[in-house]
Design a protein around this ligand. Structure first.
Ligand code: BG6
Length: 490
């Protein structure tokens, strides 16, 4: 295997608001450690964690050491270099609602002129206050970038307010809206497959594709995130961003270049071409569910309302039948489904091609349509299902067999976490894998009527047993069209 080509980055400053939170400890710092171990982040870089409790640098480093020691141990030579990484870390106590501590912090940051990244790993209702403080303390210059996590708002209107507040301080090119699905290797591979091979493009259209399924299934429940999740639900938490972004990458027209805006222009057109789902068709085109007690990951688990401690109308499962109204895709359903407490953790995109126009094998073997399956996780792979002759003498029989490209087998090595690439792209100023403001607006413009129609209908989400594939209505929705959910996922 050829080693990846890594260009070390000039020392930069990364300031993480919410620096002792779950995202920082579980995702951001491990990703930064890997980039340090690979030599991409160099000594002299400063990573400053901001939170509200009093803590010294040494305290913070000790806490991070505990979290990162197992990560470092998995990398040859990692343990020996962990101290070097911890030395890049600093901790500052700041409150976004007060000026305490800001003058000293601002002096410290302004002392160096270099790329400066502010990562807002805090609740979205604090984004505006953060932007105002950074502006007030003159911490924003041409080399400054801000990173925000999803969800950007709860609906189109609140997203506008957040984006306005960010836009008052930062130019759009300085705002990096993370959707970590875009940083996953297989998701980037979708673009490589579609536009790096001559094979797919002529077939990539309604004439040859019967339908597309996008599944993001999780076995976890809501765990410690219930307060956030209950206000959000699967539609806002997963569909508005991750699943719609996957749909865009499958459906978009070839971009004129790999320039960030060229790609985002094409994704935006897909979002704008989605058929509206509203009160008139929501019953036929959507199913929402909520898990009750069952068995997941091999153990008995409580239902969502029990985890929460009260009844709730929040959905933990959504299935939708979407359609992209364009010449390329007219009439091709895109079935989307995502949920918590499903039987397996699996994310995949399945493109099912049309049947052959005429079968020469009638009475011999039934022909199954070709399928291209992109497995995003776990076990990243691309599989093309083809009809083949069953070898051996005797009568001619056909069977569908997979042509399999497993990433682990083909490329070996460790699969980098999405945040590694995304964080390095922010420092480099490459916005290709981040959402532009108009994309966020267009995604909400499609989501808001679905939510409004559910609310107007007033019915509760359909119940499903934890550890099953969601409410039976989700199966009925696709079976009404004479199709079934891809069973490799099941
Ligand atoms: C997050 C959602 O964006 O994605 C979570 O808020 C979800 O609810 C997570 O669990 C899934 O990410 P991944 O990378 O584990 O598939």
């Amino acid at each position: 295997m050829t080693a990846p080509h890594l260009v070390p980055l000039a020392p930069f400053d990364l300031v993480i608001f919410g620096g002792s939170g779950d995202l920082a400890l579980r995702k951001l710092l491990p990703a930064l450690l890997h980039r340090y171990l690979d030599g991409q982040i160099v000594d002299g870089t400063r990573i400053v964690a901001i939170a509200r409790d009093a803590r010294s640098d040494d305290d913070y480093r000790a806490r991070v050491r505990d979290a990162l020691a197992p990560v470092a141990a998995r990398d040859p030579g990692g343990e020996a270099k962990l101290d070097g990484f911890l030395a890049l870390l600093h901790y500052r106590r700041l409150d976004l609602a007060s000026d305490d501590g800001w003058p000293a912090f601002a002096d410290e940051i302004r002392a160096e002129r270099r790329v400066r990244v502010f990562y807002l790993a805090v609740a979205p209702d604090l984004f505006a206050a953060a932007a105002q403080q950074l502006h007030a303390w003159e911490l924003v210059d041409a080399d400054t970038r801000v990173v925000v996590e999803k969800p950007i708002g709860r609906d189109g209107a609140s997203a506008q307010r957040i984006n306005d507040a960010l836009g008052a301080v930062f130019a759009e090119r300085q705002v990096f809206r993370i959707d970590h699905y875009l940083g996953k290797e297989t998701v980037q591979n979708l673009t490589a497959l579609r536009f790096g091979n001559a094979l797919f493009e002529p077939l990539w259209r309604a004439e040859h594709i019967d339908h597309v399924q996008i599944t993001v299934a999780e076995t976890v429940g809501v765990e410690g995130r219930a307060p956030y999740y209950d206000r959000s639900g699967a539609l806002r938490d997963m569909i508005q961003n991750h699943l719609l972004q996957l749909l865009c990458l499958v459906a978009m027209e070839p971009p004129t270049s790999l320039d960030a805006d060229a790609i985002r222009d094409e994704k935006l057109k897909v979002l704008r071409a989605l058929r509206t789902i509203d009160a008139g068709n929501v019953g036929a085109l959507s199913v929402r569910g909520q898990y009750r007690a069952g068995v997941a990951d091999g153990r008995a688990v409580p239902g969502y309302a029990d985890e929460l401690g009260h009844a709730s109308a929040t959905e933990t499962f959504v299935a939708l039948k979407a359609e992209v109204r364009s010449w390329r895709w007219a009439g091709v359903p895109f079935y989307l489904r995502t949920g918590k407490r499903l039987p397996a953790r699996v994310s995949e995109i399945v493109v099912t091609f049309r049947d052959v126009p005429h079968s020469n094998f009638e009475g011999i073997s039934a022909l199954a349509p070709n399928r291209l399956v992109l497995r995003l996780q776990p076990d990243e792979s691309v599989t093309l299902w083809l009809m083949n002759k069953v070898p051996g003498p005797g009568g001619l029989r056909l069977r569908q067999v997979p042509m399999d490209l497993s990433f682990a087998e083909a490329f070996g090595g460790r699969q980098a976490d999405a945040y590694e690439r995304l964080l390095m792209d922010v420092v480099r100023g490459n916005a290709m894998l981040f959402m532009r403001r108009d994309e966020v607006d267009a995604a909400w413009a499609w989501i808001d009527p679905i939510r409004a129609a559910w609310e107007a209908a007033g019915d509760a989400p359909k119940s499903y047993t934890a550890g099953t594939w969601g409410p039976s209505a989700a199966v009925a929705m696709i079976e009404r069209d004479g199709r079934t959910w891809h069973d490799d996922a099941a």
